[in-house]
Design a protein around this ligand. Structure first.
Ligand code: AMP
Ligand code: MN
Ligand code: MN
Ligand code: MN
Length: 289
């Protein structure tokens, strides 16, 4: 039986593979149902769908929307969204322009730190896809300023660091309503990855549920047992469904494999049982670690 992976990236944002290469790699890893969820764009979906049909794979049209909530950045994944939905496309256009303006400001800061032609080079890295901090991190790696991606974020790109630029992304309610108007399902991505205290996480779950959110990524590519247990408890407490997603970006992230995810705890209702996702093959289950 194949596995299911509902969070992944391609070159349409900060993934290393083209949508075609990503789907092929997922097929090779035994993934039967894959969601492509690039940052703030649907641009890779059609290509991924075309390749998925060649592998008899079910491709879920997805997007990972950047949200600002209580001055913090959250990521809300939309699954099973219609590609021609007006509000979603208009919303993504707005977020993309915020991304472009932010890129100019990050580049200016990096130039001051000695990285030459930062915008031009980041744009080249991103190609026709969204410019993300991952692309700027690659420049820092190339310049020899840092040795690992982790270091680039920790020293330069994270909040409070010299090349960080604060922006207001989409509002939480708006992102969820764009997803719903596109007949999709709204999933709170990687709840353990925001560096929040347990109290803040609790506020986040409450706000997400109050705004009409549907599900939480309970099993992520790098989740520990404690992460899964804690997310599962909050997911149940707030009456939400559960999702599974590796957040795969590149084969270089060796700790993350496409579709290699812990199974959802038995007491969590899988998001693929949501009526809006009934096109997803329900026979697929996550493969055990
Ligand atoms: P952005 O949405 O442009 O701010 O970029 C966020 C992306 O940067 C995330 O989706 C990750 O792919 C990547 N990222 C964030 N923090 C780190 C980190 N500490 N190490 C490696 N990649 C990171
Ligand atoms: Mn990313
Ligand atoms: Mn994310
Ligand atoms: Mn992601």
């Amino acid at each position: 039986m194949g596995s299911i992976d509902l969070h992944s990236h391609s070159q349409a944002s900060d993934g290393a593979l083209t949508p075609t290469e990503l789907v092929r790699a997922a097929a090779e890893h035994g993934v039967r149902t894959l969601a492509l969820t690039d940052h703030d764009t649907l641009a890779g979906i059609i290509e991924a769908e075309t390749e998925a049909t060649r592998h008899a794979m079910s491709l879920v049209a997805g997007v990972e929307i950047s949200v600002t909530w209580q001055r913090r950045t959250l990521h809300v994944v939309g699954l099973g969204v219609a590609l021609d939905a007006t509000a979603l496309n208009a919303g993504l256009d707005t977020v993309q322009s915020i991304r472009r303006e932010r890129a100019q400001r990050i580049a200016a800061k990096l130039e001051k730190l000695g990285v030459t032609k930062a915008l031009e080079r980041a744009q080249k890295q991103a190609g026709s896809g969204q410019i993300t901090r991952t692309h700027f991190a690659q420049l820092l790696l190339e310049s020899g300023a840092c040795k690992t991606m982790q270091q680039c974020f920790k020293r330069y790109l994270k909040a409070g660091k010299p090349a960080h630029v604060k922006v207001d992304w989409a509002a939480l309610d708006d992102a969820i309503s764009w997803i719903h108007q596109a007949h999709g399902v709204a999933v709170l991505a990687h709840p353990q990855a925001y560096g929040m205290s347990a109290a803040w996480r609790e506020r986040m779950y409450s706000a997400f549920a109050a705004a009409g959110g549907d599900a939480v990524e309970v099993c992520c590519g790098n989740s520990t047992r404690q992460h899964i247990d804690s997310s599962a408890a909050s997911t149940l407490a707030h009456g939400l469904m559960g999702s599974v997603g590796s957040d795969f970006h590149s084969h270089e992230q060796r700790w993350l494999a496409l579709g290699r995810l812990a199974p959802l705890p038995n007491n969590i209702t899988p998001v693929w049982q949501h009526p809006n996702l009934n096109a997803i093959e329900t026979a697929t289950t996550p493969s055990a670690l």
